[in-house]
Design a protein around this ligand. Structure first.
Ligand code: G3P
Length: 499
């Protein structure tokens, strides 16, 4: 019997491969960062060929580290940065331009113009897709490529081009162009997929003027999509799972019941709550999305998306050069007793939930002569918790329930200072599992369940265990004061880049 399931975790800044065994333990891991392109303020691009090459190389590296052969791997699960748009030539498999990344705000003016010209467009898109009519999602980005890359529209209309999110792109490359698919969770982030009928929506494609021939076939998140070409790993491996990274993390955290929620601190920060087999529409500016499709059923989730979380810590490291490595942020944050009244709002690419302001830009406010580097580092770390608090408040309003505990994961969840402050500021228990690689784990579970490596969800639930639980210890008055300061800080960033 095969020993491992392979998870390919293609994130916003790096690609990883993790091999899991049946107990859900990490047996091998390899990771590589790839280039971020910022051609204009607010624009973010990736080279899709580099994504493919680094993903393939880390997969081989992880296998080599433990001398795993293709026959040792039961199946591959893919999880990915969502919404990012790749358009490639159907015959050659060559991308026609750089990938436009989910963080990119180049279509903000276009989205505004569409809203002004077509009253009702916001409601129309929301009720069919569960999303905001916002430049975050793939739809306006695909349109930008068709309008701005030489010859793209004509080629798309001739059926020569494929669109895909990163999952779709990697499956296409791994199968050497044989399979052009995506899963429900990724499709539900495009602005083109009807989450009620589970089909691409002809009318929405027409509004955005996107030929439907470019779109991948949409399948469940746990099923056999195809197998890898033998060239890559010495023999074929089944590709049997795919899900957007946030939905995969919800699965990896075993949030299988209605009301279960998790928060992932990755590049951004994303809170998702399982809402069961019916979409729940938010009245408080959250998104409705597909969590996964498995065993012939679709599960939905409410989502609060925060664009910049771990990326703010990277900013401290790479741009401000205030820390040498991300974990240093915890050490420095605890060198001071508070932020000395300063707040950092990392609205570098606008604000997501619950503000939805593509024109907001980052700010450090409340500066006085005594504010030093440690205060700014601490305020940056705290900003992850404040943004989460904003999203949680909206989620509790939507569901009418107070969350009793929040499961967390992602790189920054290793930061104990952050998680204690998180618990304090939301006045809710915060629970970190033993394995915080839940995104990769979710993809592995989806792929393993499809091929019988794990028999059922109970097998998976048994693998989940707690590492540490954080309990709120802040008094109410202090919490309210902190939150009021944060609100004021956020207000100062709104609409900044409008003109
Ligand atoms: O929606 C964007 C999200 O999928 C990116 O996730 O892990 O790169 O922060 P991450």
């Amino acid at each position: 019997m095969a020993k491992y399931v392979m998870a390919l975790d293609s994130g916003t800044t790096s690609n990883r491969c993790i091999l899991f065994n049946q107990k859900g333990e990490i047996c091998s891991c390899a990771q590589k960062e790839f280039t971020q392109f910022f051609p204009e303020p607010g624009w973010v691009e990736h080279d899709a060929s580099e994504i493919w090459q680094t993903q393939l190389s880390v997969a081989r590296e992880a296998m080599n580290k433990i001398d795993a052969k293709f026959e040792d791997i039961a199946s591959i699960g893919i999880t990915n940065q969502r919404e990012t748009v790749i358009v490639w030539d159907r015959k050659t498999g060559q991308p026609i331009t750089h990938a436009i990344v989910w963080q990119c705000r180049r279509t903000a003016d276009f989205a505004e113009k569409m809203k002004a010209e077509r009253p009702g467009i916001v409601e129309e898109f929301q009720c069919k897709t569960g999303l905001k009519f916002d430049p975050y999602f793939s739809g306006t980005k695909i349109r930008w490529i068709l309008d701005n890359v030489d010859g793209a529209r004509q080629r798309a209309e001739n059926g020569e081009l494929c669109f895909g999110t990163v999952d779709s792109w990697l499956i296409y490359k791994l199968t050497k162009g044989k399979v052009h698919v995506t899963d429900y969770s990724n499709a539900s982030r495009t602005l083109l997929f009807n989450i009620n009928t589970l089909e691409w929506d002809k009318e929405l494609c027409e509004i955005l003027d996107i030929p439907m021939s470019m779109l991948p076939e949409v399948k469940p998140s746990s099923c056999i999509y195809g197998e890898t070409d033998s060239e890559f790993f010495g023999g074929p491996i089944r590709i049997a799972g795919a899900a957007g990274d946030q939905q995969a993390a919800l699965f990896g955290q075993t949030c299988f019941n209605k009301g279960d929620a998790k928060n992932t601190y990755g590049t951004g920060c994303f809170m998702l709550m399982n809402t069961g087999d019916k979409p729940v529409y938010s009245k408080n500016d959250l998104l409705t999305t597909i969590a996964w499709g498995i065993d012939g059923k679709v599960t939905y989730a409410l989502e609060g998306s925060v664009y910049v979380a771990g990326a703010a810590i990277q900013w401290l490291r790479d741009e401000l050069r205030a820390i040498d490595s991300a974990p240093d942020s915890e050490y420095f944050a605890t060198r001071v007793k508070d932020t000395n009244g300063c707040y950092v709002v990392p609205a570098f690419t606008g604000l997501g939930a619950p503000y939805w302001d593509p024109y907001a830009r980052g700010a450090i406010v409340g500066l006085t002569r005594g504010v030093n580097k440690y205060h700014i580092i601490r305020a940056t770390v705290e900003s992850l918790a404040f943004q989460t608090a904003d999203v949680l408040a909206a989620m509790e309003l939507d569901t009418g329930n107070k969350l009793t505990s929040l499961r967390v994961d992602g790189g920054a969840s290793k930061n104990n200072f952050l998680l204690q402050f998180q618990s304090d500021i939301i006045d809710t228990d915060v629970v970190r599992p033993s394995c915080v690689e839940t995104t990769a784990m979710g993809a592995a579970y989806l792929a393993g369940l499809a091929v019988g490596y794990w028999k059922n969800k109970e097998d998976v639930i048994n693998n989940w265990s707690v590492d540490k639980e954080f309990k709120s210890s802040m008094d109410k008055e202090k919490r309210e004061k902190e939150l009021a300061g944060w609100k004021q800080a956020v207000a100062s960033t709104r609409g900044w880049a409008k003109n």
